[in-house]
Ligand binder design. Sequence first.
Ligand code: GCB
Length: 613
Amino acid sequence: RPTVGLLYPRESETREVRSLDGVWQLLKSNASDPLQGIREEWYKQTLRSTDHEIIFMPVPASYNDMTVDKQLRDHVGTVWYERHFFVPVHWSRDRVRTWLRFGSVHYQAVVWVNGQLALRHSIGHLPFEGEIGRLINYGSENRITVMVDNRLGNRTIPQGQVIKQPSDEGVAYIQTYTFDFFNYAGIHRSVHLYTTPETYIQDIELKTQITTNELGRIDYHLTIGNGSVSTVKNTYMLVQLRDRNNVVVAHQINHNLQNGTLLIPNVKPWWPYLMHPHPGYMYTLELQLKVDSSAAPLDVYRHPVGIRSLSWNNNSLTLNGKPLYLRGFGKHEDSDIRGKGLDNAVLMRDFNLLKWIGANAYRTSHYPYSEESMQFADEHGIMIIDECPSVNTDIFEPQLLENHMSALEQLIHRDRNHACVIAWSIANEPRTKKKAAEPYFGALANYTKSIAQGRPLTAAANVDTPTACMMSQFLDIIGFNRYNAWYHNPGRTDMIVQPMYDEARKWHERYRKPVIVFEYGGDTMEGYHSLPAYIWSEDYQTELFSKHFKAFDKLRELKWFIGEFVWNFADFKTEQTFTRVGGNKKGVFTRNRQPKDAAHLLRKRYHAIAFKL
Ligand code: GCB
């Protein structure tokens, strides 16, 4: 079912937003019995009244690293969250709609309000919401209960497998998966309670372009919530575009309440970082739903908007008429203690580091990142390759395809209005040598193109022979991951330049599309030095990078080579395995966001490219 609504909760003169973030209570159910809480109806009472141990749990955060309990860190199955809240009486008197919205819960969530089923959602990293007015006690206390299930199976996005094995304590349930990051779980992003008026602005879709150098254009499509709006006489939308100084630079009175166009003379386009002295210029589109010119508006919503054109052909990706060269990273939402939980301090630090190093882009490997991070990217002029949560898919069958399509649909719906999004990445390293990958990706790409909102499709492939890839024929931009001198020929930094150059050319010769390297790099233990360079040392990472730079410099002479992304921005946690020392250490920054030696080298390069030195 296509998503409608889910506008980011913003306060206005007609809307109240309350945060339900804070310290919640948590009860872990037995790994051997994930449905225990359903059977015992834990949602019907407060968790405290069960006989089980309750712990305090901050929201937003992953629950895994919050205690010193291994059982909780490695838990497989369900945990239950609970908190109480109050709703003022006037919310019912004023006949407002009351909404409950989760920024993301990983992987599956069932939500009850006062013991009654309110919401369900699966697929982590994506928001969901619902109206809960009918379930609420106005003017007195209310209870939210959330069951969170972290189990991944062969039809989830991404996939995994839960296996049962004998252990010293009897049996153990183990979540296995092939992707290389820890399967953190919990209420990962903010929880909001907010109101809208009864007749309200439910959805906004924006498309922007710069038609000449000076003229900007915004095409908008509106959805008004409440079927009875047409019966309210003389309803119209006052649409005003405000610049950064709050000055109205374009306006319109829209009577059809659906579609319209704003033209903006002397527009200030949205530019990426280091492509213009004022990158990330954002306007505010102010929408006022009105009944007549004197009365107070029925509803007001202010939507940030950056105005830019994006286009692509077989040789280039162009923004505002200028071909792009992407200097970037694969990243993760990952940090000490909070795991994948949203943290504005970490986010701010990351954006400052991105700017320090001179990057202009990153890929949201390997799942949608927080809405707040997308807002940061808009504001800072960082371009985003927006990836859906599909990693290492190796079965290709209809139910999985349907879930994969749903993940992309929800992602595109959520992020379509962000100037920063320049491409959709439909998968990371699926096993595309398999024949069954061809119809699967054919169908997936067809569907995604039908909803792509003016962005090209890409993906990160990793087959070693481009002709064997059953996916890339469906893409607009070819992306590949390659670990020369790491997984291929470890220790041999003399085997990077030519293989990298040759491989990029092969991809281009086969598909005749722009090509980008989405991953290269090597694990590096901070502080470990070795001369001559030896793998895992800082010296080795630096040497490995400088050899890649030689290959990329040769490739950049060929117009179709459009970018280089290091794997990874920062060190991150993975599942426990003998190839990972405290996690994946391919970061240019440590997990607590300090530079390794290679960061300084990369900084020189990214700035030199930006300033054409
Ligand atoms: C890859 C994956 C990424 C891993 C990386 C690695 O190809 O896309 O998720 O973390 O390799 O370091 O092994």
